[in-house]
Ligand binder design. Structure first.
Ligand code: NAP
Length: 485
């Protein structure tokens, strides 16, 4: 296993364009730091709008040859990258912990999850099919085929630096599209390491470019307005997603949007409480609460609400907070000071409005940007924390009386990414599947993500699906041909 400095030395520090790692056109660099220490860990090239155009030159130049490459060959390259990723899993896990702060156990879980998108889409590359049939008038044949949409721009967030990249790169390349990926400025190193693995697995020059930048707005605007771009896939906040959708309108770009969440975690009085607490710990504290799928509101039926909140508080009091590389740490730093301030302000607002603080509730002095794992119960309906995506290790318990109340509260948000429901009543579980406005649901499960499943939301949580058999269709367009007989 590499030491931290050996590993950081191995990561490229340039932009990847046309198969070469090089400096940005301005020669400028920016700093990536470790949120658990606040210290700089690497300086990397800072892409400019000109670099964006160069990457599009490369993507456009490589597009025809890549889409003509045999699907089996495309699949084998992805499969090769999957194998390399398994071999280098220690490097990738440590790298994510260094640049993003997540505890090593969470990083290893992400290596497993993120790698699966390469394997899954290596298998999907050879299953792109169409259909053929006689037209209703009986005068000819109708052929329906699937074509790659063309050069894609992939924008990823910092919270899952590997998985959010493979979830887009995997299907784009499998479908025969070339791509430019712009990782989050806080966590570009994992994507750069991944791109080097894909090169090692045989990816031809120009098929994938990587453009880290400290000025995402300017870089993206240049790429969006270039008519050679055909598709944008974005994962990040609803606010930025909305801006990008407006920009995409001018070029009539295909868009996939994986946006924010405000997941309800509903516990009925007939639930297996042990199982619900286990699921709640996973749904809330994985990634230190910094997941779009993180449970944001725990809606618990009145008769079991006190017991549930107390059991969560017991679990939270023994959680070890610290640098993700340290043994037994399960809560790492938040990504930056702004995130800590936001969590703290939301907790203070809730307590000020009458919520009971059962555990935590304070920032932890630096270095690093840490917030105590926290449990709030009896959170009143007007508390800000129930409307905002917390993105931190804070549990909010809200009581409800009836199933109708639970549905009304769960659906009472502009988001609709994922919902969790705990009940042992099968009929009730089935009713909840029908009644919750959500793209995904865990029924007695605290984690739902799977490369083989369609991930995505409804309402302001986004458009499109990633993963599953659906995922590759985001990168394909349907072509119909009539052949008169
Ligand atoms: P963010 O601020 O929206 O940033 C996401 C990405 O967009 C980053 O690469 C960012 O670059 C870039 N960006 C920001 N402003 C831009 C602009 N004007 N033009 C082009 N790109 C721009 O979100 P985040 O804070 O990184 O991530 C957290 C959010 O992502 C949460 O809301 C979470 O729910 C959501 N998320 C959703 C899913 C899902 O699948 N639904 C999965 C994970 C996360 P910079 O880093 O340079 O700002």
């Amino acid at each position: 296993m590499s030491t931290e400095s050996e590993l950081l030395h191995k990561v490229p520090n340039g932009l990847l364009i046309a198969g070469e790692w090089g400096a940005s056109s301005s020669g400028e660099t920016f700093v990536v730091d470790d949120p658990s220490t606040g210290k700089a860990i690497k300086h990397i090239a800072d892409a400019t709008p000109d670099d964006g155009r160069r990457a599009l030159d490369a993507a456009t130049g490589a597009q025809d040859a890549w889409s003509a490459t045999a699907p089996r060959v495309r699949g084998e390259i992805l499969r090769g990258a999957f194998e390399l990723l398994q071999e280098r899993k220690d490097d990738l896990a440590l790298l994510m912990t260094l640049e993003m702060g997540k505890p090593l156990a969470d990083s290893y879980a992400e290596v497993a999850y993120g790698g699966e998108f390469l394997r899954w889409f290596s298998e999907e590359a050879v299953r792109i099919t169409g259909r053929y049939g006689r037209n209703p008038a009986g005068t000819g044949s109708m052929v329906v085929s699937q074509r790659p949409v063309g050069p894609c721009f992939l924008i990823t967030p910092w919270n899952f630096p590997l998985a959010m990249a493979t979830r887009k790169i995997g299907p784009a390349l499998a479908a025969g599209c070339t791509a430019i990926v712009k990782p989050a400025s806080a966590t570009p190193l994992t994507t750069m390491y991944l791109a080097a693995l894909l090169q090692e697995a045989g990816l031809p020059a120009g098929v994938l470019s990587v453009l880290p930048t400290s000025r995402s707005g300017a870089l993206s605007a240049a790429i969006f307005t270039d008519p050679r771009l055909r598709k944008v896939s974005f994962t990040g906040s609803t606010e930025v997603g909305r801006t990008l959708l407006r920009q995409a309108a001018d070029g009539i770009l295909r868009t996939s949007m994986e946006l924010g969440g405000n997941a309800p975690f509903v516990v009925f009085e007939d639930a297996d409480l042990d199982r619900a607490v286990e699921g709640a710990v996973l749904a809330k504290f994985r990634n230190t609460g910094q997941a779009c799928t993180a449970a944001n509101r725990f809606l618990v039926q009145r008769s079991v609400a006190t017991a549930f909140a107390e059991r969560m508080a017991e679990r939270v009091r023994v959680m070890k907070v610290g640098r993700g590389t340290e043994k037994d740490v399960s809560i790492g730093p938040l990504i930056d000071q702004k995130a800590v301030d936001k969590a703290d302000a939301l907790v203070r607002d809730a307590v000020g409005r009458g919520a009971a603080l059962l555990a935590g509730g304070r920032t932890i002095d630096g270095p690093g940007t840490f917030y105590e794992p926290t449990v709030l119960s009896a959170v009143p309906a007007d508390a800000e924390i129930l409307r905002e995506e917390i993105f931190g290790p804070v549990v909010t318990v809200v009581e409800f009386e009836t199933e109708d109340d639970a549905v009304r509260l769960a659906n009472g948000t502009e988001y609709g990414l994922v919902s969790y429901v705990y009940t042992t009543d099968l009929a009730r579980g089935q009713r909840m599947i029908d009644r919750l406005d959500t793209g995904m649901m865990g029924l007695n499960a605290g984690i739902v993500s799977d490369a083989a499943a369609p991930f995505g939301g409804v309402k302001h949580s986004g458009l499109g699906r990633e993963g599953g058999t659906e995922g590759i269709h985001e990168y394909l367009s349907t072509k119909y041909t009539l052949i008169p007989s």
